[in-house]
Design a protein. Structure first.
Length: 1102
């Protein structure tokens, strides 16, 4: 609110500071400017649109041009800033361009379809609203350019030609207007037209409208009548709540301060409205009367009466009071929306007075004039308007002015050079209006001199000046053009006759010098005495003439009175030129005596005067000015045609003159250029000659200087050579010394490197030796491990061979037994085959049971321990001899208790096996027993010593059957082997039987080596019951022995596989905590058992 700006058609930018009552010219753009707007971010930057299709940014504080924006192909007419934000928007008919105010770069361009009328930001800068020429308003979202809103008029509405629109701050309503007196209001969200508001009757079209800041419903609307109306556009019954207007000037533009407290207006000289006394304006004028209080003469008030008051408003529509306590007439209330334009109302032009009142007031004014001699300066124009009853036809005058300057005023400045250009433009405008109203006044050369003083008196009111001049011409000068192009002969003849009667001497003096009435009468009347009277004298004359307008002949009697005033000077003039000069220059006068004489002179009445239609032209009727035809139209038309023809010829001649002048100017330019070229050529030749001479002299001087320089250069070069040689020698010495030092340093470094390299080589060799030793040790360890593995494999193979040999021996022994029982051979063979099949089945079952139990024991230790305890208890119950003191022993006892108990069980099992074998063998020889007893005893002793150290967990992990049975089977095997040895010593006759028995045992061994049958695992250790035996007890014992041997071989094969196979990782991790010591003992036991078996086999071979 502390600064506002304005631009004009000359491209000047002004900054106004209302708080300091100052203004400043910011800059001159050089091109007409149209619109301007301040940036909300940089408040000193002003964005101005220009007619050269550019937009310029000016800093009003530094008065510098910040940037020039180009991109429009047509003249930009709208400018808007984003609130808040840094974007600016300019719009032309072809496009809408958005700019980034930070660096004034182009942000985005929107191409126009049907043509853009106006554009601005809306919705807190989030929307871009554009009004098009098809009376539609579209809004796009700025970020996505998606169409959000469309506002259009109904189809039945007459196209208003929308030119501008405004959006309320809360985005509830949008208002648009155009070339009509209606305001269209849409609801924002529903996009529907809610009302159409008609402005007062004085408004024909809307010039500008805008919402008052900080309000969402009050809008200021400026119409073409020059009044600014404020109304509530959201009310169901809109009313004009405030009017701002000037008494004699019209508002053409306005702007409202950002807080809505102040307004700035642009005014025009003449109010652009038809009724200067509109009722809606009068209350506002009275409301502002305290600002323009001037003392008013009571005499003038008594003459003109009290100020006219409008009629009281209708009671149903009371006026609304504003902050200035001014009242608004009810006629300003806008009616509800209608589909068709109603008839426009006309306000009364002035207070209507009857003829009697006007006559009384007219006489009082005449008395006032006779008393004071002239009207007061302040009220003169008011008195003239009242007496002449001027209608103030503003609309008619605007129509005449709208036609432009008349062709007859083209050379007006040459004929009447006026220094005041504003006054000259007003005079030219009024003369053009007169010429357009009646062509004869455009042809009359004395009209400018007659109209000029009236235009100057009516300072700012062109309508009053025009109507005053028009009243003078149609009333006092209605006969001026009656005989055009000649002066009014009847009036001049009457004037000449009156002069001859009043002053024959002066008349005779005029006749003697051939001074005609045109010279002394028409020259004064045609210019309304403006050339011979001073301003005050002229005003006094026309005050009397206008006050006595009912006596139009006073204008001619004023001529006779003027002649009587300057009679002496005229009689003293001896030449016609001196006399004529007296009628064109001011003369000293006694104005009061002149006025008295003017009223005293009486002119005879014209014989052929026709005053019947004088009332048609005076006073001027309201509305339109009457057509004036009291002139020879054919003469005027002919003159106009001639003037147009002459103007055309003059234009053609002027164009030819201009062409000729251009040719002559071009010729002169060419001649001047040729002369200049010749002079330049001569100067060039002379300069070239001088240059050659100077060059020769310079060359000689240069040669001498070159010789001197050559000698100096030679001496300097020799000196440089000597110095260079010395310097080179010094440098060479330095280089050699440096090279020597470098070689010494390199030798030292090389020797150090060699020492370091030799040391590193020695270290490397030592490391290599250590690596080789380590590799050799690793290889040896690997070889030892491989040799151990091979030895282990060999041991296992030998152990297996030993077992096979033992089996072979046992089968030979069985063959010998079969030979002793030949009578039952067939039955025994059958039984043996059945026993072998049953043995294989049982062996497979037992093998599967052993593997199942072995896996279950390793997966679930607790469960296996319970199962083993149950199996052991069952084995104890089925054993022939069981120690009674071990029945109640706990399974989980200590290792010492298990060792003692197992030793007892092993001893008893071996005893049982020995007793059984003694019963089975048929008549054994004493030699055999003697020979095998030491071997059996030795092996039995070693096994007992070895197996006595086994713990309970190791023994149960090695086998699934009780240890007593394993020892008994082993003793049985050893006993059978001793028996076989004795049987082999008996003779060679038993060889075939042994061979056959060995073959049977080998076949049995092959069956035993076959993989076991897959059977369903069981939770008990009970085997399938053997088939029913029908043989004798001897055969049963033999079968049991064979079954035990087969089971023993199966156990040994399992032990061999376990020895060659590593323990699974998961089992080892599971039993690592509690069975690590038992595994070591198990391994030791296996190794010891293998060694014992190997030693036993070696002894057998020996």
């Amino acid at each position: 609110g502390d600064i506002f700006s304005a631009v004009d058609e000359k491209g000047r930018v002004f900054a106004f500071f209302p708080l300091r009552n100052r203004y400043a010219l910011v800059c001159h753009l050089g091109t007409p400017a149209l619109e301007c707007a301040f940036s909300p971010v940089q408040r000193t930057e002003l964005l101005v649109t220009c007619e050269d299709m550019t937009v310029r940014c000016v800093n009003v504080q530094t008065k510098a041009l910040v940037s020039t924006l180009r991109g429009h192909r047509q003249v930009p007419t709208s400018v808007s800033f984003q609130l808040p934000g840094q974007l600016a928007l300019t719009a032309s008919a072809d496009a809408v361009i958005m700019w980034n105010s930070a660096n004034w770069s182009r942000f985005r361009t929107l191409n126009a379809g049907p043509g853009v009328e106006a554009a601005q930001f809306a919705g807190n800068g989030e929307l871009v609203a554009v009004c098009f020429r098809d009376d539609s308003i579209l809004m796009w979202e700025l970020s996505t350019l998606a169409l959000q809103y469309r506002f259009t008029l109904p189809a039945y509405e007459h196209p208003p030609g929308l030119k501008r629109f405004s959006v309320s701050e809360n985005c509830h309503v949008i208002v648009a207007s155009g070339q009509s007196p209606f305001i269209y209001v849409w609801e924002f969200e529903s996009q529907t037209l809610v009302r159409i508001i008609e402005l007062p009757a004085t408004v024909h079209r809307i010039v500008q409208h805008a919402f008052v800041p900080t309000t969402a419903h009050i809008m200021g609307v400026l119409g073409d009548d020059g009044q600014l109306n404020f109304l509530n556009v959201t009310s169901k019954q809109p009313k004009v709540s405030l009017q701002i207007a000037h008494k004699v000037k019209a508002l053409t533009a306005f702007a409202i301060e950002g807080h809505g407290k102040e307004t700035a207006h642009k005014v025009q000289d003449i109010r652009q409205r038809a009724d200067a006394e509109d009722l809606s304006y009068l209350p506002h004028r009275s409301g502002l009367a305290h600002r323009h209080q001037h003392p008013t003469s009571t005499l003038m008030e008594s003459l003109f009466g009290a100020p006219y008051q409008p009629p009281p408003p209708v009671p149903m529509q009371p006026p609304q009071a504003d902050t200035d306590a001014s009242k608004i007439d009810g006629a300003t209330e806008a009616p509800p929306p209608v589909s068709s334009t109603p008839s426009r109302r006309k306000a009364p032009l002035q207070p209507s007075l009857n003829l009697h009142e006007y006559t009384v007031q007219h006489r009082r004014l005449q008395q006032l004039l006779r008393s004071y001699g002239r009207f007061p300066e302040k009220y003169r124009l008011l008195a003239w308007k009242y007496i002449l009853r001027l209608p103030i036809n503003t609309a008619a005058f605007e129509q005449l002015v709208a036609k432009g300057n008349h062709s007859t005023t083209t050379r007006l400045h040459d004929l009447y050079p006026i220094q005041n250009q504003r006054l000259f433009r007003r005079l030219k405008r009024i003369l053009s209006a007169l010429a357009h109203w009646c062509p004869v006044y455009g042809e009359l050369t004395t009209v400018p001199a007659l109209a000029f003083p009236f235009v100057k008196v009516c300072v700012n009111d062109d309508v009053v000046a025009f109507e005053v001049v028009l009243s003078v011409l149609v009333h006092w000068g209605r006969d001026f053009v009656l005989q055009y192009p000649y002066p009014p002969r009847p009036q001049l003849t009457r004037l000449d006759q009156a002069l001859q009667q009043r002053d024959a001497q002066l008349h005779a003096h005029f006749m003697s010098h051939r001074i005609t009435p045109e010279d002394y009468g028409w020259s004064l009347v045609s210019t309304a005495f403006s050339e011979v009277l001073a301003r005050h004298d002229w005003l006094c004359l026309w005050d009397n003439l206008i006050a006595h307008w009912d006596k139009p002949s006073l204008l001619w009697t004023a001529v006779l009175a003027y002649l009587s005033q300057i009679r002496n000077s005229l009689l003293q003039s001896t030449t016609a030129s001196a006399i004529q000069a007296s009628f064109h220059h001011q003369q000293p006068l006694q104005v009061k005596q002149w006025i008295v004489t003017m009223h005293a002179i009486q002119l005879p009445k014209l014989v052929d005067a026709d005053d019947s239609n004088d009332d048609d032209w005076f006073p001027l009727p309201p509305g339109q000015y009457p057509a004036f035809t009291r002139y020879p139209t054919f003469v005027v038309d002919y003159q106009i045609q001639e003037r147009n023809r002459i103007a055309t010829e003059e234009a053609a001649l002027e164009s030819k003159r201009q062409l000729l002048s251009q040719i002559e100017a071009r010729t002169r330019e060419l001649e001047a250029a040729h002369a200049t070229w010749m002079d330049d050529k001569v100067h060039i030749l002379e300069s070239e000659q001088r240059r050659r001479m100077q060059a020769m002299q310079a060359e000689k001087a240069r040669l001498m200087e070159l010789n001197i320089l050559h000698a100096q250069t030679r001496d300097r070069r020799l000196q440089q050579v000597r110095e260079s040689a010395k310097e080179a020698l010094r440098e060479t010495t330095k280089i050699l010394q440096a090279e020597h030092d470098r070689w010494l340093d390199e030798l030292n470094v090389h020797s150090e490197k060699e020492k370091l390299r030799s040391q590193q080589q020695m270290d490397e060799e030592e490391l290599t030796r250590l690596e080789l030793d380590a590799q050799r040790r690793v290889a040896e360890l690997t070889k030892d491990r491989e040799r151990e593995e091979r030895l282990q494999q060999m041991r296992l193979e030998f152990f297996a061979q030993l077992r096979e040999q033992e089996l072979h021996d046992q089968m030979v022994f069985d063959g010998w037994k079969d030979e002793d029982n030949r009578e039952i051979a067939a039955q025994n063979e059958a039984r043996e085959r059945l026993a072998a099949k049953q043995l294989r089945r049982e062996e497979a079952k037992l093998r599967y049971e052993w593997r199942t139990k072995f896996n279950e024991q390793r997966m679930q230790k607790q469960r296996q321990m319970q199962m083993l305890a149950q199996e052991r208890a069952r084995r104890r119950a089925s054993a022939p001899i069981v120690a009674e003191d071990n029945d109640d022993d706990d399974v989980d006892g200590s290792d010492v208790e298990f060792k003692s108990r197992d030793s007892e069980i092993l001893q008893r099992a071996l005893d049982d096996i020995s007793s059984d074998e003694d019963d089975v063998v048929v008549s054994p020889s004493p030699f055999r027993k003697e020979t095998t007893t030491p071997q059996i005893s030795q092996l039995e002793h070693d096994l007992r010593a070895e197996f006595s150290d086994l713990s309970n967990d190791d023994r149960e992990s090695l086998e699934q059957r009780p240890l007593s049975e394993l020892e008994r089977d082993l003793d049985d095997l050893l006993g059978d082997v001793s028996d076989d040895d004795e049987r082999n010593d008996a003779g060679k006759d038993a060889a075939p039987s042994v061979a056959s028995t060995t073959g049977d045992l080998n076949s049995l061994l092959e069956h035993v080596r076959e993989p076991p049958l897959v059977v369903q695992a069981t939770n008990t250790t009970a085997s399938t019951p053997p088939p029913t035996r029908t043989t004798t007890e001897k055969d049963s014992r033999r079968t049991d022995t064979t079954r035990k041997l087969q089971q023993l071989r199966s156990k040994l094969s399992d032990l061999e596989a376990m020895a060659s196979k590593a323990i699974p990782v998961e089992v080892e991790e599971k039993f690592e905590a509690g069975a690590s010591r038992n595994k070591g003992e198990h391994a030791k036991l296996m190794e010891r058992a293998k060694e014992l078996l190997e030693q036993h086999a070696a002894r057998l071979k020996g």
